[in-house]
Structure formats: C-alpha cells, structure tokens
Design a protein around this ligand. Structure first.
Ligand code: FE2
Ligand code: FE2
Length: 273
C-alpha cells in the first residue's frame, strides 16, 4: 500500500496569494501533476490540514475543483486554518467522517494492510492545536479495538517540540496524554502530521512521528526560542508512505520539475566514470 501525504495546501480565494507572495493553488496543481508522474500510483491521497487559508466556502470550492481532477481516493483532516462546518458543506460525501462534531475517523478497507486514524486537532479561533479529553478518549478507544492491526495516525499539529520557537508557541495542547496513549499501543507504526511546512522526525511515546513538507511554502529553519516567524521557498513536496509488509517506509518527494533520470551505466554495462 502506498499513501501520498500532501499537507498545508493553504488554498486562497481566486487571485489572492498567501502572504502576498505564494501562489498556493498553482503549487498544489504542481504537486498533483507530479503525483501522476510517479512510477507507482498511490492507493490513497491524504491531506493533513491547513487545506485552505481562511476556512471560507470559496477556498474549499477551489480545493474541491482541484481534487476532482485526481482519480485516486483522497481523505482530508483539518488544520488550524480550516473550518469544520465549511469542510462538511464542501465535502458532504467524505467517507468515514461523522455528520457532526469532530472531523475524525477510522479509515479501513478490507484490502488495506493498515488502519488509518485521522484525528482532529482543530481548536476554533486558535492557531495552536488541542486534543481534549473527549478526543483523547476516542483515540484510546479506537486503538484498543484493534491492538493487532498496524495503524497509521494522521493529525495536523505535531505532538512534539520542534525547536522553532514561534511554531512551538502554536503547538499541540494534550500532547503528553497523547504520548501516553501511543506508548500503550505498539501497533501504531507512525504518526504523520503537518503544520510545520517541513519534514521533521521525532519519537513520541516510543513511536515514530513526522511532519510533512508543504506543497507550497516552507517555515524558515531556525531552532531558536525567539526565532522570527518567517518563511522561504525551499523546494516544495510531499511524502510517500509505503507499507513494505514489515513496516512503513517514508520517502520525501520534491514536486518541482527536476532533471533526470540519468543512467549510472553505459550501454555496455560499464559504470559511467
Ligand atoms: Fe500550514
Ligand atoms: Fe497549521
């Protein structure tokens, strides 16, 4: 099974650039076009929050139009820039999501080797995330229901300190209790997040955790408590999570056009020197 994780697409209304500089719609189109060039097509596309920039109906309509060009199934989870009710209005046929309340779900098909748990860390009106008692209890209940099934947990806010001070200031409340739940459930193979617009890896509760790059802009790398809130245009991309049969293996992919592929060997089989 191959899962493409795209994150922090931050779609804006027509004619508007994110932070007056970033054409997020064009950059999502670039990532979706890149996906089609992969030698193996993903089984699933998962968008890990900050789907749009301001939670508006117009932005979700634009995102939906872009996703309707994709032929593989896709799933969404919200980030701090999202709005649950606008998401429900724009994506009424989204599978597994309950009709009201938190936008979180267990996704499982009989032919998948993995169970996917999507968590809602949105705390309306706040940039930081929240896993409240209700959401934590729901997660613990879902994990306890299938302790032997390899599980992937997806959520927007990462449950660890990244070192980038201004992002840690809008981190995840409830992460200690979340770590305790992970520690009790070794079937969790990986926790995948967004929010940081960078690929960062960590361990929480003994489990592997990582954040995905954005399909658009990158949070400036500055591991300081007083880091200035800045972004830059590093090569954008996405993650490919591959179930090998033994575990999950993650590849980072750059979605900008690049040169290649070039051969290592000449036509006679000699290494090109
Ligand atoms: Fe974001
Ligand atoms: Fe975010």
């Amino acid at each position: 099974m191959l899962i493409a994780q795209l994150s922090d697409t931050h779609i804006k209304p027509a004619g508007r650039l994110a932070y007056q500089r970033v054409d997020t719609t064009a950059l999502l189109d670039q990532a979706l076009a890149h996906l089609k060039t992969l030698p193996q097509q993903p089984d699933l596309l998962l968008l890990t929050g900050d789907l749009v920039d301001a939670g508006s109906a117009e932005e979700y309509a634009r995102l939906r139009a872009q996703l309707e060009t994709v032929t593989i199934p896709w799933l969404l989870i919200p980030g701090n820039h999202d709005d649950r009710e606008q998401m429900r209005a724009a994506f009424p046929a989204h599978p597994w999501v309950p009709a009201a309340g938190f936008w979180q779900y267990v996704a499982q098909e009989s032919h998948w080797p993995l169970r996917l748990i999507g968590l809602d860390t949105l705390n309306p009106g706040q940039s930081g995330g929240l896993l409240c008692e209700e959401r934590l209890a729901w997660l613990a209940q879902q994990l306890a229901a299938a302790p032997a099934t390899p599980t992937l947990v997806a959520m927007h806010h990462p449950p660890f300190t990244t070192g980038i001070g201004h992002m840690d200031d809008i981190g995840l409340t409830g992460r200690e209790a979340f770590g305790d739940i992970l520690a009790a459930h070794p079937q969790v193979q990986l926790v995948i997040c967004g929010h940081l617009h960078r690929n960062i890896r960590a361990t929480v509760g003994g489990r592997a955790v990582m954040t995905a790059p954005s399909t658009a802009h990158t949070v400036q790398l500055d591991i300081a408590r007083d880091a200035a809130p800045m972004f830059r245009m590093e090569p954008p991309g996405y993650l490919l999570h591959w179930w090998s049969g033994e575990g999950l293996v993650t590849h980072q992919v750059f979605s900008e056009p690049t040169e290649g592929p070039f051969p290592f060997f000449d036509e006679g089989g000699q290494l090109l020197l």
